[in-house]
Design a protein around this ligand. Structure first.
Ligand code: GDP
Ligand code: MG
Length: 176
């Protein structure tokens, strides 16, 4: 039997959320298996990929992580939202305003035809910061439920914290 063309086994997943929530660190953790030693603010689009095996089939996962800069967005946004297979919304559990921004990000996705028919998940990052005031899990879970998304709380920095970054992205890949 012949395999489907490689192109059909590439999944594009976009990682969305306010600047500083850890999108770049999360994609780096998943694709490189570690926390980056230093990150620079994403200019334009950060793009990483990793080949994973699912049910004996090799799948290439492309993670796109955008910067929020208005200047960049106008020219790139159409390209960014094209042919997307899944969406990962990220907020920082220690930053309430990044949680409050989520409806706007969800709305922007809907405007680009990325609604409930596309697998979407919600990720609360930086759970390693235990002493900080946190966005409550109950509140986040309610919000996730109201948008029909699963919620994961994680840390790009400490892989043993809560949900594993690897497992989160693999959950998405399995859905695809
Ligand atoms: P982005 O703008 O969403 O891409 O955010 P970055 O990935 O560049 O991360 C922003 C800042 O948050 C950096 O200083 C990271 O080191 C830090 N950061 C990212 N993820 C975590 C995490 O899980 N825990 C902690 N403590 N810091 C994190
Ligand atoms: Mg970034």
């Amino acid at each position: 039997s012949s395999l489907p063309p490689l192109r059909s086994r590439i999944f594009k997943i976009i990682v969305i959320g306010d600047s500083g929530v850890g999108k770049t660190c999360l994609t780096y953790r998943f694709c490189a298996g570690k926390f980056p030693e230093k990150t620079e603010a994403t200019i334009g689009v950060d793009f990483r990929e990793k080949v994973v095996e699912i049910d004996g089939e090799k799948i290439k996962i492309q993670l796109w992580d955008t910067a929020g800069q208005e200047r960049f967005r106008k020219s790139m946004v159409q390209h960014y939202y094209r042919n997307v297979h899944a969406v990962v919304f990220v907020y920082d559990v220690t930053n309430a305003s990044s949680f409050q921004s989520l409806p706007a990000w969800i709305e922007e996705c809907k405007q680009h035809s990325l609604g409930v028919e596309v697998p979407r998940i919600l990720v609360g990052n930086k759970c390693d910061l235990r002493d900080a005031v946190r966005v409550g899990t109950d509140l986040a879970q309610k919000f996730a439920d109201s948008h029909s998304m699963p919620l994961f709380e994680t840390s790009a920095k400490n892989p043993n914290d809560n949900d594993h970054v690897e497992a989160i992205f693999m959950t998405v890949a399995h859905k695809l």
